[in-house]
Design a protein around this ligand. Structure first.
Ligand code: GTP
Ligand code: MG
Length: 355
């Protein structure tokens, strides 16, 4: 799972990146536009995996991972000059979801926070950035037509890009546009920013954290959102577990920043986890909700999908209840599932296949 942290300059992206990753990238009030994005891969802490690992005692335990990238700030009018530098743009295209960091703390240089205006500004910049792409490409397609290259593929791409352009011109993100499968395919290469799933991170101050219900409900009328207290949570990542627990309770934080972020990311991406277990490895895998057993097999290895025979399956909850695989069988909770079985969150799968 790959998530990109974006937002206006000085909204606290790097601070939150540090809180999420326990990295210690320097934060500063002076934006360095040339700064390279920061990148970290962190495990998704899932107590189910920890438990399975205790039970199966495998040689190796593999958690699912989140790749977090902290991009440079978006500045006013940056869409026309490129919201992101071309090297950042390459990285951002690879992210699956965007986490938009919005400043909700007083800053000596920037003054009082204006989260709703900031949110609107980023929205506009992202829309414009996509519009620049559609317009450039549409011009290019026209040029191809003039040279007699009027293929069906190009016609379809043109039609789709026109739809997107219209959507963006109406101030609507491309993600809200329903596209047919072939239309979707025709524009896949562009990775429009407003087509990526988006969440908002309201980055609040120690003094106002937890007291922003009105603001949050206004934001959540449009986006999925969570509130962080960036500076504080960055400091937490430098303390030991016992201290962290006390400080979090003090601030009224239920779960670590990383856990809150990954939970929301699973939700906006429509992800679920299934597990594979054994004496070699206990491992968590992410797939989209609605994926079938054969698709799940394919995420493990393409050979497993090609040679798929069946999936042997039981649920984590059944294992908790029955306490052993044998009792699961005794109780008739052990299932044999075919290709089209829709995998559920917490399924434990063993794929049988022919090579
Ligand atoms: N009071 C307060 N200050 C914060 C918080 N988060 C970040 N800051 C401060 O805001 C300034 C900018 O923080 P960064 O994390 O560097 O912001 P950024 O979004 O990465 O900035 P750019 O990379 O320049 O776009 C620093 O001085 C931080 O200490 C917060 O939650 N509360
Ligand atoms: Mg930064």
């Amino acid at each position: 799972m790959k998530i990109g942290l974006i937002g206006l300059s000085n909204s606290g992206k790097t601070t939150i990146f540090n809180a999420l990753t326990k990295f210690e990238v320097p934060v500063s009030t002076y934006t360095n536009a040339k700064a390279k994005p920061n990148l970290a891969v962190v495990p998704v802490v899932d107590e189910r995996i920890s438990y399975l690992s205790k039970m199966y005692k495998p040689k190796k335990t593999t958690y699912a991972t989140v790749e977090i990238t902290d991009f440079g700030g978006i500045t006013e009018d940056s869409a026309r000059n490129g919201v992101f530098s071309s090297s950042s743009m390459g990285l951002i295209k690879n992210t699956e979801a965007l986490a938009l960091v919005v400043r909700n703390f007083h800053d000596d240089l920037m003054g009082a926070p204006t989260p709703l205006q900031d949110l609107e500004q980023i929205d506009v910049e992202l829309l414009l950035s996509d519009l620049v792409i559609t317009e450039k490409r549409l011009e290019r397609i026209k040029w191809c037509y003039k040279r007699g290259q009027e293929t069906n593929t190009l016609l379809l791409e043109e039609k789709t890009l026109q739809k997107i352009t219209e959507q963006l011109n109406n101030n609507q993100p491309a993600r809200d546009l329903k596209l047919a499968e072939d239309e979707e395919k025709s524009i896949r290469g562009f990775q429009f920013l407003t087509r990526k799933p988006l969440m908002v991170i309201l980055n609040s101050d120690e003094t106002n954290f937890g007291k922003n219900q009105d603001l949050l409900s206004e934001i959540t009328s449009k986006y999925k959102a969570i509130e962080f207290v960036g500076n504080f949570e960055m400091e937490l990542s430098r303390l030991n577990d016992k201290e962290v627990e006390i400080f979090m309770k003090d601030m009224g934080i239920q779960e670590s920043a990383r856990d809150r972020l990954t939970r929301l990311a699973y939700e906006i991406l429509g992800y679920l986890s299934f597990f594979t277990v054994g004496s070699d490895e206990v491992r968590a895998w992410n797939i989209y909700k609605g994926m079938t057993a054969v698709e799940a097999a394919g995420t493990i290895h393409t050979d497993l999908a090609h040679g798929f025979i069946r999936a042997e399956c039981f649920s984590y909850d059944d294992l908790m209840e029955c306490e052993s695989e044998r009792k699961i069988r005794d109780k008739g909770r052990f299932r044999l599932e075919g290709k089209d079985y829709i995998v559920s969150d917490g399924d434990i799968l063993a794929i049988r296949f022919n090579v």
